[in-house]
Design a protein around this ligand. Structure first.
Ligand code: ZN
Length: 301
């Protein structure tokens, strides 16, 4: 899995900071998560091929999370894209995007498929043979979802020497990888455990922005490999969280600890701060393994 941060700040774009957008590369997918202003420029800067993006996940309809979307859709059109584009986001996203296409008579020549979300419960919104994506219902000023990206359980690994010694026909390799016992060429039952090894543990990425500290999400994000949790403010400005429905670095870290995740990435920083080291030190009082998002930074895990 590879996560590229295109933007990790709140509110307005500034000279050196972009609003929220990121790309998650997982099992051959390039999932775009949120699409603030400047996303196209950052995709180019990070050399991410536009044509590889087939699924876009929008958390909520505050501008700093989707004002780049119509521009990107429009560029796809100019690049004469033909493949489907799936957009997942709150109800209303179809209306706001299609109105702009309609008024400029700029209908796309590729299928533009909206998946509008309304549920307040976590739901499975994407699935193929390798990956699942679930919503994470968050608590913000308007309807908002985070997203949980999960690899499906990986196949067992063949111990190739053991398999050859056991005289098993190649036609059974697939079954072995799926965990089944098989009969060998001599008609003898071969126990799966004797010729395979445990699979590589599957990984998951939980994206949670924007939200107040919200414990009901803990069962959904439990044991995630990586949690990206917004930390718009520092603890000294906690009073702003209630009004704006955001979190502090300390709260994000408590969430990481209670959900037993491996690593926490902090982001969605308010532009009122000049540096972000204090976010890390504040969070590390609660949870050790903390990283800071930064525009243009890649995390591989
Ligand atoms: Zn917001």
């Amino acid at each position: 899995m590879k996560l590229t941060i295109l933007g990790c700040h709140s509110a307005t774009p500034r000279t050196n900071t972009n609003p929220t957008s990121q790309v998650l590369e997982i099992k051959n997918h390039m999932f775009l998560i949120d699409c603030g202003e400047g996303t196209q420029v950052e995709l180019r800067r990070n050399k991410i091929k536009f044509s590889r993006i087939k699924h876009i996940f929008i958390s909520h309809l505050h501008g700093d999370h989707y004002f780049g979307l119509i521009g990107l859709v429009s560029t796809f059109r100019l690049l004469t894209r033909e493949t489907e584009l799936h957009i997942y986001g709150p109800k209303g996203i179809k209306e706001v995007i299609t109105l702009q296409l309609k008024l400029s008579d700029s209908w796309t020549n590729f299928p533009l498929i909206f998946h509008e979300l309304t549920s307040k419960e976590s739901e499975l919104i994407f699935e193929d043979d390798k990956v699942e994506v679930y919503t994470i219902p968050l608590k913000h000023r308007i309807y908002t979802n985070g997203f949980l990206f999960k690899e499906k359980e990986n196949e067992r690994k063949l111990d190739i020497n053991a398999v050859l010694n056991a005289n098993i026909d190649k036609a059974y390799y697939r079954k072995l990888k799926q965990g089944a016992d098989v009969i060998n060429e001599d008609g003898k039952l071969i126990k799966n455990i004797s010729v395979t090894q445990d699979p590589i543990p599957s990984k998951s990425y939980a994206y949670c922005s924007d939200t107040v500290y919200h414990e009901p999400i803990i069962p959904i994000i439990k044991n995630a490999t990586i949690l990206y949790h917004e930390s718009t403010f520092l603890d000294k400005n906690e009073s702003l969280c209630e009004r704006t429905k955001h979190s502090t670095a300390r709260q994000a870290a408590i969430m990481a600890k209670k959900a037993n995740v491996k690593t926490l990435i902090l982001g969605h920083f308010s532009t009122r701060y000049n540096g972000y080291d204090e976010f890390k030190s504040e969070a590390q009082k609660e949870f050790e393994n903390v990283l800071l998002a930064q525009d243009g930074k890649c995390f591989e895990f």
